[in-house]
Design a protein around this ligand. Structure first.
Ligand SMILES: NC(=O)c1ccc[n+]([C@@H]2O[C@H](COP(=O)([O-])OP(=O)(O)OC[C@H]3O[C@@H](n4cnc5c(N)ncnc54)[C@H](O)[C@@H]3O)[C@@H](O)[C@H]2O)c1
Length: 339
C-alpha cells in the first residue's frame, strides 16, 4: 500500500485526493493545508471544471496544517504538491529531500532557475518527480497523438488549440489574480497547450505571441504561433478573461492531409474525426480523464512498475521555457527563437 499525502486542499488538491482514493493500492493517508477550515472537510472546492464540488470525506485521514511537521511525522511514500505555483519549488525540494516521491502540479515553476533546483533535488534524492501536465494523459489528446504519430491521415497541415475560461475569482488568497504569484493565464492555463504542442510536434524553432494584459496584471489572454522548419501552421489561444456565463472550453482543430480531427469539451459528441469522405466518426478513447490517468501513472511508477516516458521533468522545464519565450514575444512584439 502506497501512503500518499496531498498538500494544499484547494481545487486541484481535492481532485488529486479523490483520484488517489479511487486507486486500490493507494492509501490517501494525509492532507496538509494551512487553512484549518479546509481540514474540516465540510466544503467542496470551486474551479472552472466540474468534479470537486462535493466535500471530501476526511475520515481516517491524518490532518496537518504544518508542512514541516507532516514531513517529519507522517511516514509517507509520496506526496502531491497542489499549492499555488509560486510555492512549487520550495515545497517540492523539501519533499524530495525528505525522501518522498513528488507529483507537483503544473506549471513546474515560474522561472527556469527554480525548475533546475527541482530537477537537481530529484536527481540527488533518486525519487520520482512528475509535473501535472494532465493533457498528455487526457484520453482524446492521447488518441490524437497516436493518430498523428501513425501518419494514417498523412501529415499535419495546421493545428489550433484553445483553452478559454472565465476569470478565476475563487483561489486561495486570490493568488491566481496576482501575476507575480501565478504568472497570469499565459502561465497558468495556456501552458497546457504549449506543453501538448511540444509533446506532439517537438520544440518549435521560435514563437510569436500577441497577448492582452488582464486582471492578474500580466498576460491573461494570449495567441501564439509555434514556428517550425516545415510549413505547418500551429497556433494556441488561451486565457481567463471570458465573461462569467461563458464557462470553460478546451478544444482543438487539427487539419491533416487526409482528414480533420476536432475536439471541443463543450459539444456533444466532443471528439470527431472527419474523414476524406462520408460522415464524421467518434473514435473510442480510454475511460477516465487526464487527472485520474496521470495519477494512476504516478502511483505505478512509485510502486516500481515500468511506465512509459509520457512526461519528464526536463520536458516540463521546456514548457516553462516556451511560456517565458511567448511572454517575451508578447512584450517585444517580435518573434523569439527557442534556444
Ligand atoms: N492540472 C490542472 O488542470 C490544474 C487546474 C487548476 C489548477 N492547477 C494548478 O494547481 C495548483 C493549485 O491550484 P488551485 O486552483 O488548486 O489553487 P487553490 O487556491 O484552489 O488551492 C490552494 C490551496 O493551498 C493551500 N495553501 C496555501 N498555502 C499553504 C501552505 N503554506 N501549506 C499548506 N497549504 C497551503 C490553500 O489553503 C488552498 O487550499 C496551481 O499550480 C495551479 O496552476 C492545475
Amino acid at each position: 500500500m502506497i501512503r500518499v499525502g496531498v498538500v494544499g486542499l484547494g481545487f486541484m488538491g481535492n481532485m488529486h485526493a479523490k483520484n488517489y482514493r479511487a486507486l486500490e493500492n493507494t492509501n490517501l493517508a494525509v492532507i496538509c493545508d494551512i487553512d484549518e477550515n479546509k481540514l474540516k472537510g465540510t466544503a467542496g472546492t470551486a474551479g472552472n471544471i466540474e468534479g470537486t464540488e462535493q466535500p471530501l470525506d476526511l475520515t481516517d485521514v491524518e490532518l496537518y496544517s504544518d508542512y514541516d511537521k507532516m514531513l517529519a511525522d507522517a511516514k509517507l511514500d509520496a506526496v502531491s504538491i497542489t499549492l499555488p505555483t509560486y510555492m512549487h519549488r520550495d515545497f517540492t525540494v523539501k519533499a524530495l529531500q525528505a525522501g518522498l516521491n513528488v507529483l507537483c502540479e503544473k506549471p513546474m515553476a515560474l522561472n527556469l532557475q527554480e525548475c533546475d533546483q527541482m530537477i537537481a533535488a530529484a536527481e540527488k534524492s533518486g525519487k520520482i518527480l512528475q509535473i501535472g501536465h494532465c493533457i498528455r494523459f487526457w484520453p482524446e489528446y492521447v488518441r490524437t497523438k497516436e493518430i498523428i504519430d501513425s501518419g494514417e491521415y498523412g501529415r499535419v497541415v495546421a493545428a489550433t488549440f484553445q483553452r478559454l475560461s472565465v476569470t478565476p475569482t475563487w483561489s486561495w488568497d486570490n493568488w491566481l489574480l496576482a501575476g507575480k504569484r501565478s504568472g497570469g493565464a499565459i502561465f497558468d492555463l495556456h501552458i497546457h497547450d504549449s506543453d501538448f504542442v511540444q509533446y506532439v510536434f517537438g520544440i518549435p524553432k521560435a514563437v510569436y505571441s500577441r497577448a492582452a494584459k488582464g486582471p492578474s496584471g500580466d498576460f491573461d489572454h494570449v495567441m501564439t504561433q509555434y514556428i517550425y522548419d516545415d510549413q505547418k501552421v500551429i497556433t494556441a489561444e488561451g486565457g481567463f478573461v471570458m465573461s462569467p456565463s461563458f464557462g470553460f472550453e478546451m478544444s482543438f482543430n487539427i487539419i491533416f492531409e487526409k482528414a480533420t480531427i476536432i475536439y471541443d469539451c463543450t459539444r456533444e459528441p466532443a471528439f470527431k474525426i472527419c474523414p476524406p469522405e462520408g460522415d464524421a466518426l467518434t473514435p473510442e478513447v480510454q475511460a477516465g480523464d487526464g487527472w485520474s490517468l496521470e495519477i494512476a501513472h504516478f502511483i505505478k511508477a512509485v510502486s516500481g512498475q515500468k511506465v512509459p516516458d509520457i512526461t519528464t521533468p526536463a520536458q516540463s522545464r521546456d514548457s516553462v521555457k516556451l511560456i517565458l519565450a511567448e511572454h517575451e514575444s508578447a512584450q517585444s512584439g517580435k518573434e523569439v527563437p527557442i534556444r
